[in-house]
Design a protein around this ligand. Structure first.
Ligand code: FE2
Ligand code: FE2
Length: 295
């Protein structure tokens, strides 16, 4: 919660997405075939080949899915060359998560818009690192749906490239102010826009029909203890981000950030030793050059 103050925390406590929707500008749709494929994964009569037939109609989506499947995040190491093979090896639940990840990644890869650069590589590494960290935190704190945590970690900053695309001039100023050390993104966005990338991310999760807890976890990732209901997932997402900031993976770097002293660590009853062990695991995961998919 390093970026927020009491008054800012209050201003976001309600997460009124309708009022933000009117101001946030265009939101990217989920790729059409990804929507269709996700629907299909809920139907027990659908086979791996049926799913493959739909997904491969979108070559870019197929390529992204295979890159994700073969990254160390899923520990298959280049073994999988077709979508149906991926389904056979990983099962439908994990494939769902990967289809969602591939859709998120399309937005992250967009980076900025019209020549404005949000530091695509930095955001990409930060997001994949946070996804891995969130999964490890879910395991450590016994959050049963580890893939859900993974996705919230991956998506937590998805509002940033969207804000950059919709408001390039003011957002470039926000970035310059962050870079100058004036404050963090969340605080400066709230001051400049009245909402932040966290709220825009929550809105995307809602528009994409992800479960509401995703919107809460993403919407409150800078103020997780204000989440009305899904505090566990919000705290995991918050700490995954903090671990990336402490490890200096991404635009905001604070080596001195004491992750164990964060309110979310206290909420999750993580001892200093548990936090250190978690950070160690994340470090080992990210030390693998194939830890995330290639950009
Ligand atoms: Fe954030
Ligand atoms: Fe972040």
């Amino acid at each position: 919660m390093a970026e927020s103050t009491a008054s800012l925390a209050n201003s976001q406590a309600s997460l009124n997405l309708q009022s933000i929707a009117a101001k946030a500008g265009d939101l990217p749709p989920m790729p059409v075939l990804a929507v269709q494929a996700l629907q299909m994964t809920k139907d027990s009569k659908v086979s791996a080949r049926d799913l493959q037939a739909v997904i491969t109609r979108d070559q870019a989506l197929t390529a992204r899915i295979l890159r994700i499947v073969n990254s160390a995040m899923f520990a298959l190491r280049g073994e999988v060359s077709t979508v149906s093979h991926a389904v056979a090896v990983l099962g439908m639940d994990t494939i769902r998560s990967i289809i969602m990840s591939a859709s998120v990644q399309q937005i992250l890869q967009g980076g900025g818009a019209k020549g404005h650069d949000l530091g695509t590589r930095l955001l990409f590494d930060h997001s994949w690192g946070a996804a891995g960290a969130a999964r490890i935190l879910a395991e450590t704190t016994r959050y049963l749906n580890t893939e859900e945590a993974f996705l919230c970690g991956l998506m937590h900053d998805i509002g940033k490239p969207i804000l950059m695309g919709n408001f390039p001039a003011p957002y470039t100023q926000v970035m310059a102010d962050v870079y100058a050390g004036r404050a963090g993104f969340h605080t400066l966005e709230l001051q400049g826009f009245g909402f932040s990338h966290a709220h825009v991310g929550a809105l995307v999760a809602e528009r994409w029909n992800f479960p509401w807890r995703f919107s809460e976890a993403i919407g409150f990732h800078h103020d997780p203890l204000s989440a009305p209901e899904h505090l566990h997932l919000a705290c995991i997402t918050n700490l995954a981000n903090s671990i990336m900031v402490q490890m200096e993976v991404g635009f905001e770097k604070r080596k001195d950030l004491d992750v164990a002293a964060e309110p979310a660590a206290d909420f999750l009853k993580l001892s200093r030793k548990a936090v250190d062990e978690t950070i160690d695991k994340v470090r080992r995961l990210l030390a693998d050059p194939a830890s995330g998919p290639r950009l």
